[in-house]
Design a protein around this ligand. Structure first.
Ligand code: KG4
Ligand code: ZN
Length: 335
């Protein structure tokens, strides 16, 4: 008989996801995305929570079926407490509370950003403590000093836009639908990263800024489109490659600085932008040059997923860190 069977739910933004973990192993992970936001160039909170309502039961049923378990086997239910969109978080938390009450099991609340980091413990190889994790998503860009499973410190973060937002906003300027990051990545593979040059912002410490880059891309595209109305179409691959190369160099340069300052050579990346081909390749290349041990999650655990929520919840389960039916969403929860 397994000692610990967890059902985990993630609904902080625009992915509805459920996962089952048995004794520390994630054995199912099912995620439903939401196409509805494509039309609007970004996530529309009200539409996101409605789509979570529609998706949550089928996603959970599939996760239980894939794992070949029934509701009665579950010892605790884990759910994202924040950060995220209030209406989206409420759908997952509402379900978790009802389920906990009906089945008489405890709730484990999970910090979404800690969970992105702990996605590294789903598969081998697992990082050794302490390690640095660059967590890059649609809402966050952080360098996290990870001292232990549940002991983390943010040592650098963005002062304005997140890295994923920089990808998505640049994509929108080029007429690429939301979320633009994966498509910029795809077009960049066919493009020349040296064709256009965008300046790297000079930001103190380990912090990031992407708003200047966004403005310089906007002005550049406006200037070139006045001269040639077809400029973006004719240069899409090179534009994507050049923009991606600059975002990646900003991220990698800060990681190098963080490694120098802390003396830590165990380096991980996490979050939606860690799915980016340019970032993954750059981490491998720079890591090999600098003698880093690098950790890159499997694709399904980069973007939002409940597998990582289950993993984070497992460490809280081992420490007896349970919540009760009074738990509430925290849209601005910090690590
Ligand atoms: O972690 P995530 O799924 O959700 C948040 O917590 O925000 O990250 C979503 C972000 C979006 O901005 C999306 O465009 C970006 O990750 N993203 C990518 C790629 N895949 C997802 N950005 C660049 N290249 C990719 N392949
Ligand atoms: Zn996320």
């Amino acid at each position: 008989m397994p000692k610990c069977v967890l059902l985990a739910i993630e609904s902080s933004c625009d992915d509805t996801s459920a996962a089952v973990l048995v004794d520390g192993e994630v054995i199912s992970n099912v995620t439903a995305g939401q196409k509805v936001h494509e039309l609007y160039g970004g996530v529309v909170p009200e539409l996101a929570s409605r789509a979570h309502h529609a998706n949550i039961i089928p996603v959970i049923e599939k996760a239980l079926n894939d794992a070949k378990i029934t509701k009665k086997d579950i010892n605790a239910i884990a759910v994202t407490k924040g950060p995220g969109l209030l209406g989206s978080l409420l759908v997952g938390i509402g379900f978790a509370k009802s389920f906990a009450q009906a089945m008489n099991i405890p709730i484990i609340e999970v910090n979404h950003m800690q969970a992105h980091v702990l996605a590294h413990f789903i598969d081998e190889p697992k990082p050794n403590f302490p390690f640095l994790c660059l967590t890059v998503s649609g809402g966050h860009t952080q360098i996290v000093l990870v001292k232990n499973y549940l002991d983390m410190e943010i040592i650098g973060e963005t002062l304005d836009d997140a890295a994923g937002e920089a990808f998505d906003k640049a994509a929108k300027m080029m007429g690429i639908p939301y979320p633009g990051g994966p498509l910029v990545d795809k077009y960049a593979k066919e493009g020349n990263p040296l064709k256009f040059s965008f300046t790297e912002p000079q930001i103190a410490d380990l912090n990031f800024s992407f708003s200047g880059l966004k403005t310089s891309i906007l002005y550049f595209l406006q200037k070139e489109t006045v001269k040639n109305a077809n400029f973006i179409n004719e240069n899409l691959n090179d534009l994507c490659a050049s923009i991606q190369a600059r975002i990646v160099s900003i991220l990698i340069n800060k990681l190098k600085k963080a490694s120098q300052l802390t003396g830590i050579n165990e380096i991980a990346i996490a979050g939606g932008v860690s799915a980016n081909g340019g970032l993954r390749a750059a981490l491998d290349i720079e890591g090999a040059k600098l003698g880093w041990k690098t950790y890159i999650p499997q694709m399904q655990y980069c973007t939002d997923n409940a597998g990582m929520i289950a993993m984070a919840a497992y460490y809280k389960y081992l420490e007896n860190q349970f919540s009760d039916l009074k738990m509430a969403p925290m849209p601005r929860l910090q690590i």
